[in-house]
Write a protein that binds this ligand. Structure first.
Ligand code: NAP
Length: 313
């Protein structure tokens, strides 16, 4: 157990959590970041980010490295690779228990992010690592001169399909409608890329594999006819679900499980804030996560000042 009470413990060391730490430390608030993995968060696996203002094009890995390097100048206590087992957010002194230790905190900022949604079809779980992957940056290079597909019509499915064309000889994008929700500039690049073929109005029904993925079975949403395509790799990008399992029953969530906050990132629990992809934000981007972190950092420091004054009076 850590023998001190932290003013703030940040759960999750992605862009949102790192930004909150920076703002807290600049306000002279002692804080710790706890993360089950290395710090950096999901964007570490983004092939390229080109909408973070001022930086042009940068890989997700490089951007996250810059974030962590910046925070390191401010002596934040970092606890990577500490998996949180349970939390008590309700008590005035919050408790965060990991396998290795227990943290006590006056305030908590939840920045645990979101994970990729699964297709939930036959053959998916059994073939993760044998042709099914949720990370093109991690696994794309295994598909040199092979045929792969992404599933989805958002920024992730289209951007990662473009990335996969660096290796694969052919990339299908399978989408359940005939309109994409990805940014126009990304759609244009996809349409111009000769290695990409669009399979529109199709939903995946089954992944067919022996030792590894061989085919994907699709159903046309208009005709209901099924068809099988030979693919070596399948990369589902059909949206995100929040990492909230630890907080369920304690915190208010929207109907999709994202944590409800007000514009100051405050949740329904006194002293508990939520930022980045885990909250009910209208936009899930690195730049909005960083902005949430800044707001929460300032709000937590004001909150702590208030409770300390109340104790003194
Ligand atoms: P998303 O924007 O939520 O798009 C999910 C896509 O998957 C949609 O096209 C959806 O179809 C489809 N889909 C959902 N459930 C499905 C199912 N069961 N079967 C088949 N298709 C299904 O998700 P995302 O692309 O993963 O992005 C997540 C968030 O990160 C978004 O806010 C996105 O803007 C952000 N992001 C930003 C960038 C960037 O700015 N560079 C890069 C990546 C991600 P419908 O369109 O029919 O609903």
């Amino acid at each position: 157990m850590q023998d001190k009470i932290f003013d703030c413990v940040i759960l999750g060391g992605g862009p949102a959590g790192l930004s909150a730490a920076l703002y807290l430390k600049r306000a002279n608030v002692g804080c710790a970041i706890v993360d089950k993995s290395a710090l950096g968060g999901t964007p570490v696996n983004y092939c390229e980010i080109e909408n973070y203002l001022g930086l042009g094009k940068i890989s997700g890995f490089e951007l996250c490295e810059k974030f962590e390097g910046h925070v390191d100048n401010f002596d934040v206590q970092k606890f990577p690779f500490e998996e949180i087992e349970n939390v008590d957010l309700i008590s005035p002194i919050k408790k965060i228990k990991t396998k290795e230790s227990e943290f006590l905190a006056r305030t908590v900022i939840i920045a645990t992010g979101a994970k990729p949604k699964k297709l939930n079809i036959k053959g998916e779980n059994e073939n993760v690592g044998r042709g099914v992957s949720y990370c093109a940056v991690c696994d794309g290079a295994f598909y040199k001169d092979k045929t792969v597909c992404t599933v989805g019509g958002g920024n992730s499915a289209l951007e990662e399909a473009l990335y996969l064309t660096k290796f694969a000889k052919k990339v299908y994008i399978i989408h359940r409608r005939d309109k994409f929700r990805a940014d126009d500039i990304v759609q244009k690049r996809v349409l111009e890329n000769k290695k990409i073929e669009l399979l529109l109005n199709y939903i995946p029904l089954e992944i067919i594999a022996k030792d590894k993925v061989e085919k994907i079975k699709l159903q046309n949403t208009q005709t209901l006819k099924t068809i099988e395509y030979k693919v070596d790799g399948i990369f589902p990008y059909i949206g995100l679900e929040p990492n909230v399992e630890l907080f369920s029953g304690q915190i208010e969530e929207d109907k999709n499980g994202f944590i409800l906050t007000d514009s100051t990132m405050k949740t329904n629990i006194d002293g508990v804030y939520a930022i980045g992809d885990v909250r009910n934000t209208p936009l899930r981007q690195v730049i909005t996560a960083v902005s949430d972190g800044a707001v929460a950092g300032v709000e937590v420091s004001k909150y702590l000042m208030n409770i300390k004054e109340t104790v003194r009076n």
